[in-house]
Design a binder for this molecule. Structure first.
Ligand SMILES: C[S@@+](CC[C@H](N)C(=O)[O-])C[C@H]1O[C@@H](n2cnc3c(N)ncnc32)[C@H](O)[C@@H]1O
Length: 392
């Protein structure tokens, strides 16, 4: 069996379905040409601008982040930090002998190139699709890029043809992520084709009560409501032990995440989809579904040196991401002016540099397999007839 990822050390303590609390330190375009996807004509590079940032032209307006050089650099940094936080793995699914691989929402194509360079699947054709033709031209011979909207129900590719469909950081891009999973399923090889989704939840979390406002978090499913209740108890106990008062001041980044969540839902492309992917994958008929949750600290507050380094880079990245993530979202979704947005973002940036707040984000990686036809028949067989005498 091929070993997933790029063979570096796993991070079981950091990544799991239920990762343990983080401890704070003492201070507190080339195209493969065989599909009917859109070929890149020059008019698709006639990009629109908003607040001096450049946005995609193909399917204009459907993705709220820019696609300029600054954004490309930001995407690659984000990709690299998430990869580092996940133990330098490129994926987790137990994919074997893949010959045909698709990266959906490929961005600069960084995953495709890294996968090709890793030589885990030397015979595979690796195709990245995106709304923006912003990928490197000089890439390994088995890497191809195409312009395609993955929210289309028909990808105009052979059904059952991919051994692996990967996606990272599509959160906030799609109106219906659950539908994306349903669509992708029909393009996977039955029985052996895997899908993997690596998605971030922007909501900040905290394990030790140091994040203001953690008590009043409104959660969106029962599972988290329970853990939220337990956490509030733990927070109250921690404060009691430290003799500290509840912190009433604001954590502007938490407020930013709430506003962004609200604005993105208002615009019909919710940012906070990560937690629901496992449920959607199961509902879409995938089997062997597994979730790996990774905590990514915001700031250099963790005791662990590796996490401290990740947290420092992540806080810088989040700070640098604010304009890209806020301009369209807050101006279109909340009718805010650029000045209003900038004033708010200044507050948010300051909150991100506060080392006494031990917040982190969660990244959800979920993978699942398309069952074979036989497996499906087995799963969908009608229940056995009631035994004689049963039900009395
Ligand atoms: C945040 S970037 C992530 C890029 C890359 N996966 C990574 O992790 O670095 C999201 C990418 O998805 C692309 N995208 C958004 N909506 C899409 C759609 N409907 N179909 C294809 N690509 C899409 C965007 O253009 C953008 O390049």
């Amino acid at each position: 069996m091929a070993s997933p990822g790029d063979g570096q050390s796993p991070v079981e303590a950091l990544s799991s379905e239920n990762p343990s609390p983080l401890a704070a330190d003492s201070i507190s375009s080339k195209s493969s040409g065989d599909s009917a996807t859109c070929s890149i004509d020059e008019s698709l590079k006639d990009y629109p601008f908003h607040f001096n940032r450049r946005y995609h032209k193909f399917k204009e307006g459907s993705y709220p982040f820019p696609n300029d050089d600054q954004e490309q650099e930001r995407m690659d940094t984000q990709f690299n930090i998430i990869k580092q936080a996940q133990g330098n793995r490129l994926f987790f699914a137990p994919v074997q002998n893949a010959r045909n691989i698709l990266d959906v929402g490929t961005g600069t194509g960084i995953w495709c190139v890294a996968l090709a360079d890793s030589e885990q699947f030397p015979d595979a054709k690796i195709t990245g699709i995106d709304l923006s033709p912003i990928q490197e031209e000089y890439v390994p011979d088995n890497v191809f890029f195409e312009l395609q909207d993955c929210s289309e129900l028909d990808w105009e590719r052979p059904l059952g043809s991919f051994d692996f469909i990967y996606t990272q950081s599509l959160f906030g891009s799609l109106q219906d992520y659950a539908q994306y999973l349903i669509t992708a399923r029909k393009y996977l090889v039955p029985g052996t084709g895997w899908i993997e989704c690596c998605e971030l939840d922007i909501k900040p979390h905290c394990d030790d009560g140091s994040m203001p406002g953690a008590e009043s978090e409104s959660e969106d499913d029962e599972e988290e409501e329970d853990s939220s209740r337990r956490r509030r108890m733990r927070d109250a106990q921690a404060r009691a032990r430290n003799g500290s008062q509840p912190q009433e001041q604001d954590y502007a980044f938490k407020r930013w995440a709430e506003w962004a969540d609200y604005a993105s839902r208002r615009q019909g492309r919710p940012l906070r989809i990560a937690k629901q992917i496992k449920k959607w994958m199961i509902a879409a008929g995938y089997v062997d579904v597994r979730l790996i949750t990774t905590k990514i600290p915001i700031g250099s507050w963790p005791k662990d040196q590796r996490l401290k380094a990740i947290g420092r880079r992540w806080a810088e990245l989040v700070s640098d991401t604010l304009p890209a993530a806020s301009y369209r979202t807050f101006s279109d979704g909340l009718d805010m002016t650029r000045d209003q947005i900038e004033v708010f973002l200044a507050d948010v940036r300051q909150s991100l540099s506060n080392r006494s707040i031990h917040s982190y984000m969660k990244n959800y990686t979920v993978y699942g397999r398309r069952p074979s036809e036989d497996e499906e028949k087995g799963r969908m067989a009608p229940p056995p007839p009631p035994r004689k005498g049963a039900g009395r």
